[in-house]
Design a protein around this ligand. Structure first.
Ligand code: UTP
Length: 410
């Protein structure tokens, strides 16, 4: 247990002494809680504010990377599918649902997966995902272990919801929940926000720490005991996403790649999506804002954009590789977000616009740690319906239209 004096020293080092401002007004219990929060927080992430906007300043040389295209996949569909089904039947594949985010853009108070996409009947985001996974369970005639990452903020609600809905028909013996780590959030001057006099404002530390959080949760031995070799990581908010897709898994295995990423052809050169490419000869994702105009508009002989394949947060990683990189430092991204906080008058406020920074590592940075990554193209309208906003682009509205287009009854 950290004592008051040591905490004071530590906070002074990071310019965060205000955290203890009300310490002497607090009850003994509250004092204890505050000190244990301070102990658990990695304040060194705040140092990345100095490089804000320069997370990737040291980027290497980018060159385009082609993909296994929809046409090529169609020709080898059976071969890929057979290899994938064989691996699933042998218990070598697991799925990891990243559901620790706060979904601030959607503005829904509960975990995003609890959002009802239905119009005439209830069909929740979690349910859409489980239904998609069930297709593969039926096809392979084997349950696929599903690991669900939550955060301190939404873990309880998420677990209760799954229990209440009887796991939407999934076999709960194959479902595990684990909690990701948290990081402090700050105002635009780098001062850590407080939620009350005794609680520091913490937010989930991004989706990049999913594997280390899994290991910390003690799940590595289970993965090994189960003989898992491949982990399919995916986001909660793409309701059309194919999970543990046998053809994708088979294609990655047969290609001998260390990893794989599902991609879609960019709708237009200016589309704001990260593109799978090579950086200094290794797979990498170049963000849309990092691309020069030349890169954005460059075309191959067949007319396709050279930087054409946008990632949709659906990756396959090998457990062996993940273990070997688990202790490597990941770049920290400083993101502007809406952060609920306590004002100087002790009032609790939920802001309508971004009022500070959160510190996140991202799963896409794991791709650059791989020796190879199979870029696997899928049909956008069949597999990509992200729910980020209430209306407009990547919204509940656009995702509903795509679900209907794909025959899902809403
Ligand atoms: P987003 O980048 O959309 O972030 O997450 P978000 O926090 O959910 O939403 P906004 O930006 O506040 O609106 C992409 C995926 O990564 C997960 C999300 O749950 C989603 O599946 N994620 C994100 C985590 O699991 N943990 C995090 O800390 C952040």
């Amino acid at each position: 247990m950290l004592n008051f004096e040591t905490a004071k020293e530590l906070l002074a080092k990071y310019g965060q002494s205000h955290i203890l401002e009300y310490y002497h007004e607090l009850s003994e219990e509250e004092q204890k809680n505050l000190l244990s929060q301070i102990k658990l927080i990695d304040f060194s992430v705040l140092e990345s504010l100095k490089d804000k906007g320069n997370e990737h300043a040291e980027r290497g040389k980018f060159v385009p990377l082609g993909a296994t295209t929809i046409e090529e996949i169609a020709k080898k569909k059976q071969e890929f599918t057979d290899a994938g089904i064989e691996a699933i039947k042998a218990g070598k594949a697991a799925a990891v649902l990243l559901a620790g985010g706060q979904g601030t853009r959607l503005g829904f108070d509960k975990p995003k997966g609890m959002f009802n996409m239905g119009i005439n009947h209830e069909i929740y985001i979690f349910q859409c995902l489980i239904n998609n996974l069930m297709d593969v369970v039926k096809q392979a005639d084997a349950w696929i272990p599903l690991y669900i990452m939550t955060s301190e903020k939404n873990n309880k609600d998420t677990i209760e919801f799954f229990k209440e809905k009887d796991f939407f028909g999934y076999n709960s013996d194959f479902v595990r929940f684990f909690i990701q780590d948290m990081a402090p959030s700050t105002d635009f001057n780098g001062k850590v926000y407080m939620e009350s006099k005794s609680t520091i404002s913490l937010s989930p530390n991004g989706n990049g720490g999913w594997f280390s959080s899994m290991v910390r949760a003690g799940l590595l031995s289970e993965l090994k005991d189960r003989g898992i070799e491949w982990l399919n990581v995916f986001a909660v908010d793409n309701v059309l996403q194919r999970i543990a897709d046998p053809a994708f898994l088979g294609a990655v295995i047969l290609s001998g790649s260390e990893s794989g990423g599902k991609v879609v052809s960019k709708a237009e050169p200016e589309e704001r999506v990260g593109v799978l490419c090579l950086e200094d000869g290794r797979p990498s994702i170049v963000e849309y804002y990092e691309m020069t105009d030349d890169m954005r508009t460059m075309r191959e002989d067949d007319g396709r954009l050279s930087y054409n394949y946008g990632v949709i947060l659906n990756y396959l990683f090998s457990l062996k590789k993940l273990e070997s990189i688990v202790n490597e430092q990941m770049p920290i991204h400083v993101v502007e977000k809406k952060i609920p906080y306590m004002t100087d008058n002790g009032e609790f406020v939920k802001p309508d616009t971004a009022n500070g920074y959160k510190f996140e590592t991202l799963v896409l940075d794991m791709v650059h740690k791989q020796d190879s990554c199979l870029s696997y193209e899928v049909v956008r309208n069949n597999e990509f319906a992200p729910v980020k906003n209430p209306t407009g682009i990547d919204s509940v509205e656009s995702a509903r239209a795509l679900l209907i287009e794909n025959g899902v009854k809403l």
